[in-house]
Design a protein. Structure first.
Length: 168
């Protein structure tokens, strides 16, 4: 866990404009900030469709993602995807206060919740962090056949955020 959080913090922009919140890092050891997770892959695809740039070398996409004020966070800091559903829900619920503490100082202009099953916990953390007035956008997690749905929805959201001047 420590290495992931150090990696994540290295990618935190000085001003977080859009906060992407997932459930947890994957249990297989991949990680968004290293550019090797499925979430990274499909997020990269959506951004590439808008910006038309090739971010592939030297994890350039994470650098670009950060440069426009986007930042990935997780509700839970330890992997949950190999746990039973009930245990997973319990840990997600118990992680609300920790997430609230981590996001409170960020003051994002938008939050993107990347998994339908954690929307309630993300809303609770946002309220505890004083971010209840910040727009919350909900996207499906890009797995189990939802890959293209995620890319389409995120592409539309990126266009909206650009039009609204939230990101460049």
């Amino acid at each position: 866990m420590v290495y992931r959080e150090e990696e994540r913090k290295r990618h935190r922009p000085p001003g977080v404009r859009v906060l992407f919140i997932g459930e947890s890092p994957p249990a297989n050891g991949t990680f968004f900030c290293r550019g090797d997770s499925n979430l990274w892959r499909y997020t990269h695809e959506a951004f590439r469709s808008i910006y038309g740039a090739d971010f592939d070398q030297d994890n350039g996409f994470c650098e670009f993602f950060m440069s426009i004020g986007c930042y990935p966070e997780d509700l839970c800091l330890d992997p949950l995807n190999r746990l039973a559903d009930e245990e997973r829900r319990r840990i997600c619920e118990a992680s609300v206060d920790s997430l609230a503490e981590r996001i409170s100082p960020l003051s994002p202009e938008g939050v993107v919740c990347v998994k339908a099953s954690i929307v309630r916990q993300v809303e609770s953390a946002m309220a505890k962090a004083g971010l209840q007035a910040v727009p919350l956008h909900k996207l499906p997690f890009p797995s189990c056949g939802h890959h293209q749905e995620y890319v389409r929805a995120l592409t539309t959201l990126i266009e909206e955020l650009r039009t609204d001047g939230v990101i460049m």
